[in-house]
Design a protein around this ligand. Structure first.
Ligand code: HEM
Length: 505
């Protein structure tokens, strides 16, 4: 009897211990949660509540994160705070505010997002730390200037001719297939745009079947798709230890390796023929020349060159090709717009070939191309920056260590700025006299000191290709199949594969 009472007491004691431990654990967990939420919101920006660890990731639409974030921007205003995984983000959706923020030296850097670091390696230009960026940005901008992207550059005509020749080759490629050709223009655009970039950056003339070029582009496409800004690995890098993520990371690293090896081949070829005679004919040679003139070896080395060429080749091809595809789709869908663009080219050019100095006279065309870039913002989530110190703009404080997301999609779709933003209306870019009047809220290349270094290069390619296109073809949708404007949102917004009809005129 006595032993059974003692046993009961012991059991009771044991359970009461367990219960108090469970209660203590619960109290600790709840306190951590409250502290987490409190700390996270203290002095911080307005924004949605998020869960510990994963933050708001579970609610981000993996296919269209730009739309989820734009809805939040409409609710919380021009700047809001959000936690994606372990990363604190300030999302900015007003151009004026974004310009003020990105003009500050403290926002020049890039955030430590896992997949973007995997991709850019902290070298090159696009994702380089500020110390390296300063030199490489200047070097790249100077190269592009000397290659002819500025109005008064002596090489301007040469660059226009190079682009015009490849745009004509594109036209020939399509028109020799018949008077009425139904095709997806992607492959041809990839070839001719890459040929321009290949000539200028790699000193390489690609043939149509060039295997190196085909592999390079295939691998770049894969990388851009996998490194998407909404992807969970960027914000929860420890997920890479789970089989599903580990496999895709291994595949990503292998693809990046192939791209670097691919680029190293072009660099090797240039090194063999480079004569160090104070002149250069392409980007790789310009880099080698800078090295031979005493550029610091910790910057001017082959490893850095591979990453730099990767950044500029990627920048100059993928976005420009996607924009050209979007333009073709919109011209196909809006036949009246296409007619007006063609008519304007005829009136302004009077049979001659387009030069960039003609562009200011092409008000309607400028409006159309801007409207396509607005309604299908090429880099929908913008490219992230990082607050290396606390920064203060107007009455707003952005804490040190915050990732800054310039939500270009929301900026270009803000109903307070753009009347009925979902409608394709080129006229919104024209003033009362039908002159092109760009809005300050139109920033497809972002803004500030680190804005796109290739904006003018892209503009040149776009105008020259569109001039060739509308002069030679009427583009139409493919039978009764409606044009698909939905796109695939990776780092950039890429149109879905689809055919259109090219009718020779
Ligand atoms: C329609 C075409 C293009 C669009 C929409 C576009 C858009 C952008 C955007 C939004 C950024 C981020 C800027 C920032 O971080 O603040 C960027 C950066 C960059 N772009 Fe472009 N881009 C285009 C074409 C090009 C071309 C043709 C080149 C090369 C000649 C290029 C090279 C780069 C590079 C190297 C950067 C990184 C700049 C830096 O970190 O200093 N892009 N681009």
């Amino acid at each position: 009897m006595l032993t059974s009472q003692i046993h009961d007491k012991q059991v009771l004691l044991f359970y009461s211990h367990i219960i108090s431990m469970l209660v203590a654990a619960l109290v600790i967990l709840v306190s951590i949660f409250i502290l987490y939420v409190y700390y996270d919101r203290q002095e911080h920006l307005p924004g949605p509540w998020s869960l510990p660890i994963i933050g708001y990731l579970h609610k981000l639409d993996p296919v269209a994160p730009n739309l989820t974030l734009t809805k939040l921007a409409q609710k919380y205003g021009p700047i809001f705070g959000i936690k994606l995984g372990l990363v604190n983000i300030a999302v900015i959706s007003e151009a004026k505010l974004l310009k003020k923020v990105l003009l500050k030296d403290e926002t020049l850097g890039r955030p430590p997002l896992f997949m973007l670091h995997e991709m850019f390696g902290g070298k090159g230009l696009t994702y380089s730390p500020v110390s390296l960026w300063k030199d490489q940005r200047k070097f790249t901008a100077n190269f592009l200037k000397s290659a002819g992207i500025t109005k008064f550059s002596p090489a301007r005509k040469e660059l226009e001719d190079l682009m015009t020749n490849y745009a004509e080759d594109f036209v020939d490629h399509v028109s020799t297939q018949g008077n009425r050709v139904t095709l997806d223009p992607s492959e041809a655009l990839v070839h001719y745009v890459c040929s321009i970039a290949g000539t200028l950056l790699l000193g390489k003339l690609f043939s149509w079947d060039d295997e190196g070029r085909r592999n390079l582009i295939h691998n770049l496409d894969t990388i851009l798709h996998e490194a998407k800004l909404g992807g969970a690995l960027n914000y929860l890098p420890f997920l890479r230890f789970l089989p599903k993520y580990r496999e895709s990371l291994v595949a990503f690293r292998e693809t990046m390796d192939k791209v670097r090896k691919n680029l190293a081949v072009y660099i090797n070829e240039c090194q063999k023929t480079f004569s160090n005679d104070d002149s250069s004919t392409n980007f790789i040679e310009a880099f080698l020349l800078q090295r031979s003139r005493g550029g610091p070896p910790e910057i001017y080395n082959v490893d850095q060159l591979i990453y730099l060429v990767f950044d500029v080749f990627l920048g100059s091809t993928e976005t420009t090709i996607s924009l050209l595809k979007w333009i073709i789709l919109y011209l196909a869908q809006y036949q009246d717009v296409q007619d007006k663009v063609r008519q304007e080219f005829v009136e302004v050019l009077q049979g001659k070939t387009l030069e960039m100095s003609d562009v200011p006279k092409l008000s309607y065309t400028q409006a159309v191309l801007s409207e396509v870039s607005r309604i299908r913002t090429l880099v929908p989530l913008g490219f992230p920056h990082y607050a290396s110190e606390d920064i203060h703009v107007d009455d707003i404080k952005i804490r040190k260590g915050t990732t800054i997301m310039p939500l270009l999609w929301a900026i270009h779709m803000d109903p307070k700025v753009w009347d009925q933003p979902e409608d394709f209306r080129p006229e919104r870019f024209l003033d009362e006299e039908n002159k092109f009047a760009p809005s300050e809220s139109f920033i497809p290349f972002q803004c500030g000191k680190r804005m796109c270094v290739g904006d003018e290069f892209a503009r040149m390619m776009i105008y020259i290709f569109v001039a060739g296109l509308v002069k030679n073809f009427r583009v139409e949708p493919c039978g009764s199949i409606p044009v698909d404007f939905s796109g695939v949102c990776g780092l950039s917004l890429v149109p879905k594969a689809q055919k259109v009809v090219f009718v020779n005129i």
